[in-house]
Ligand binder design. Structure first.
Ligand code: NYM
Length: 211
């Protein structure tokens, strides 16, 4: 472990609507960073393997119904149950590439009509990402990509609301990427920015002040 976060890894986050290419890009970035010999791990939320994650999985697959606030809190709890492991990895010098996080929690719950301020509260104080790649795609273009899947939320009108909320949340750590670009063009752009942030983070403290 390094003193004062010196030489820590970076926390790189991917956010975006469904079908915008987040998982593809997160995986490609992981392989790239790994090929350069940097310690790196790929993480995904919801983490469906934990006890809470299993309930979330059932909810998303529509085999379980839950009140909107209850599922919001479970998504948040699912992040909190992973946070100490994430922190340990980052402080030990491992870069984490994370596919969805608290911004997904806000965007999807607020799109159902819950108040944004209420939604933010349970995630307050989580580890703060160093950079957020937002793969941006209109719901019309997303629908053209072979249609949405079978899980909850995967329809065009809901995704339109989710995108609007996401875009209202962006701050200077966000890089908005045009998801209509080719996979390799996006990957090149993301790769370059990631290497810069990995270097920069070695000297910066890890923040735990989300929202
Ligand atoms: N989702 C994900 C939420 O509603 N709240 C959250 O906090 C998180 C992390 O779960 N439609 C939603 C967004 C997605 C779904 O899908 C997870 P996928 O395809 O596993 O990323």
């Amino acid at each position: 472990k390094f003193e004062n976060n010196k030489n820590r890894g970076a926390f790189i986050l991917f956010e975006g609507c469904d079908r915008a290419g987040k998982t593809t890009q997160a995986t490609k970035l992981f392989e790239y960073i790994q090929s350069l010999g940097h310690p790196v791990k790929l993480w995904k939320f919801p983490e469906r393997k934990t006890l809470i994650g299993q309930v979330i999985d059932e909810y998303l697959k529509k085999t379980r119904e839950l009140d909107d606030r209850t599922i919001h809190l479970l998504f948040s709890a699912n992040r909190w149950e992973c946070v100490s492991t994430m922190k340990e990895n980052i402080l030990n010098g491992t870069t984490l590439i994370v596919d969805r996080y608290a911004y997904s929690g806000l965007a999807f719950s607020a799109a159902k009509g819950l108040k944004l301020e209420w939604c933010k509260y349970p995630d307050k104080g989580l580890l703060t990402p160093d950079i957020v790649f937002f793969t941006d795609l209109s719901s019309e273009d997303a629908a053209k990509r072979g249609g949405f899947g079978e899980e909850r939320y995967e329809n065009q009108s809901f995704q339109k609301k989710v995108r609007e909320i996401y875009l209202s949340l962006k701050d200077p750590t966000w890089k908005i990427l045009d998801a209509r670009k080719s996979i390799s063009e996006l990957h090149d752009q993301i790769g370059k920015m990631s290497l810069t942030i990995i270097q920069k983070c070695k000297e910066l403290p890890l923040k735990e002040d989300l929202f």
